[in-house]
Write a protein that binds this ligand. Structure first.
Ligand code: DQA
Length: 151
């Protein structure tokens, strides 16, 4: 099965973007880390990033079909700032019926109040924040466990 790691807006700037908050590793580094984590779980990696809400929504719909077909374990979603704004992503996850782990590199709850609300959390299986980029590896392990347990 495949794990879809879906990254939203501005995450292409990882490494150079606010390194005090997000660290110095690039998105390519994160992809390599995810690749190792997937290998350890016997999963294939599908790693994507888009700055466009509609592209993320299309990917969620596609993931729902793949999960129903038994070819996808689920999605690790870092929706970036769309987390805090996107009713459309909320509806997409609900509509697609796909297993989503919401992930944030930073601890959003220790930051500005506009980052405290998430439209993704109510439709996510689990939420991770503040583990840095290591969170991606932890989330992939959890995704594999949830898939095996059919959670
Ligand atoms: C983020 C947190 C969001 O508030 C922010 O808009 C991001 C990244 C994180 O990974 O910590 O773009 O999702």
């Amino acid at each position: 099965k495949t794990a879809l790691i879906l990254n939203g807006p501005n995450l292409n700037l990882l490494g150079s973007r606010e390194p005090a908050v997000y660290g110095s590793q690039t998105l390519e580094d994160v992809k390599a880390l995810c690749s190792h984590a997937c290998q350890a779980q016997g999963l294939l990696l599908d790693f994507r990033q888009s700055n466009h809400e509609g592209v993320l929504i299309d990917a969620i719909h596609e993931a729902g079909l793949a999960q129903a077909a038994g070819t996808l374990a689920g999605v690790v979603l870092n929706a970036g700032a769309y987390t805090h704004t996107s009713v459309a992503l909320h509806d997409a996850i609900k509509g697609a019926g796909v297993r989503v782990i919401e992930l944030h590199i930073s601890n959003v709850h220790a930051r500005e109040s506009f980052r405290h609300h998430s439209y993704i959390s109510p439709v996510a299986k689990a939420v991770m924040a503040g583990f840095g980029v290591s969170g991606y590896a932890l989330a992939i392990q959890a995704l594999a466990d949830m898939d095996k347990a059919a959670l």
